[in-house]
Design a protein around this ligand. Structure first.
Ligand code: TXA
Ligand code: MG
Length: 315
């Protein structure tokens, strides 16, 4: 299959309406989109990504009106969260509406709903006129793509179209919050932080990984976001021995940058998030054997960053 790479929303929308797969940018990472009401198209997402069948997919909407055809009911805390953070990098788990086929949610009775804060994503959903189901547009297990070139690297020849846009401004996937329980629970940390969520829902909690469990968010249990090179977490660059076939990313300045294959010195946590996944891919392109990533404090976006770093380091 030839993959059409375009900036034309109408071309991309036509493919989705026909039941084909289209990668598109959002404010977090690129998504691999399909008509959320088309079972065959959703099955194609699982097949193309090599995605485990028990990992549910997020449904993207452009307007609050669309929500009634996606979620069966919206709990009071979900209302509050939408009011505060939609559109934005937050996914809410709600009861699934029958118009959304079970396969989208990998058999669960719930559905993840997100309203992206990104012009091209919103235009695409509006032009299609239906909600778009989309996981991150990487092969399963690879880092999420933050550039259209990264999507091309993983999926060219296997999907109908890439809607070309800029590098995604946030660079980490959305925060996922389960709103089907008494008090909302964070299943995956992201750019919307625990502190921000607590300002509107004080009783919100962060799920401990073991307790997330198969039934609630199977995707959280899979290994993720990993480059081919081995990832090692360090507290500072001085810990790194044998930098020869290695990359380094972190806040501290390397004393001898020339020893490394690639060094990315970042200026803030936001910058770290923005660059991390593309840095992994760049290291892989250069044939790096190891990647050293500097740890950050577990506060604000640091929580999501450490979550992604630890997953990549765990093998
Ligand atoms: O920022 C993002 O969320 C990006 C962009 C494209 O929107 N999407 C994304 O999708 O990261 P994906 O499939 O890579 O990750 C979705 C996560 C998985 O951990 C999955 O298990 C969880 O959300 N999830 C989706 N639907 C769920 C549901 N009904 N119940 C529990 N967890 C769900
Ligand atoms: Mg993903």
């Amino acid at each position: 299959m030839r993959t059409v790479i375009t900036e034309d929303i109408h071309v991309a929308a036509r493919f989705i309406r026909q039941g084909s797969l289209v990668a598109f940018p959002t404010e977090t990472v690129y998504g691999l989109g399909a008509d959320a009401t088309n079972k065959a198209a959703i099955r194609a997402i699982f097949k193309t990504k090599g995605r485990p069948a028990n990992n549910p997919i997020i449904v993207h909407i452009a307007d609050f009106r669309e929500l009634t055809g996606v979620a069966e009911s919206v709990s009071a805390p979900a209302m509050v969260l939408m009011d505060a953070f939609f559109p934005g990098p937050l996914t809410l788990i709600l009861d699934r509406h029958p118009a959304i086929p079970e396969v989208v949610s990998a058999g669960l009775s719930t559905v993840g709903v997100r309203m992206p804060d990104h012009e091209q994503a919103v235009e695409l959903i509006r032009t299609v006129g239906r909600p778009i189901a989309a996981p991150s547009a990487n092969l399963s297990g690879r880092p999420s793509p933050t550039t259209w070139q990264a999507v091309k690297e993983d999926l060219e020849g296997q999907i109908a179209c890439i809607l070309r846009g800029e590098q995604t401004p946030i660079g980490l996937e959305s925060t996922v919050v389960d709103c089907t329980r008494e008090a909302p629970v964070i299943l995956r940390s992201g750019n919307v932080t625990l502190e921000q969520l607590r300002q509107v829902i004080p009783e919100i909690t962060q799920a401990v990984e073991e307790a997330v469990g198969e039934a609630h968010s199977p995707g959280i249990l899979h290994r993720h976001y990993a480059p081919r090179a081995s990832v090692f977490l360090v507290d500072q660059i001085d810990e790194v021995v044998n930098a020869e076939r290695a990359g380094f990313i972190g806040l501290s300045a390397p004393h001898a940058p020339a020893e490394f294959l690639l060094v990315e010195q970042i200026s803030s946590l936001e910058d770290y998030a923005y660059r991390l996944f593309e840095f992994y891919r760049e290291c892989d392109r250069l044939g790096a054997e190891s990647i050293f990533c500097e740890r950050v404090a577990q506060e604000g976006v640091g929580v999501a960053l450490m979550d992604r770093l630890e997953r990549a380091a765990r093998r």
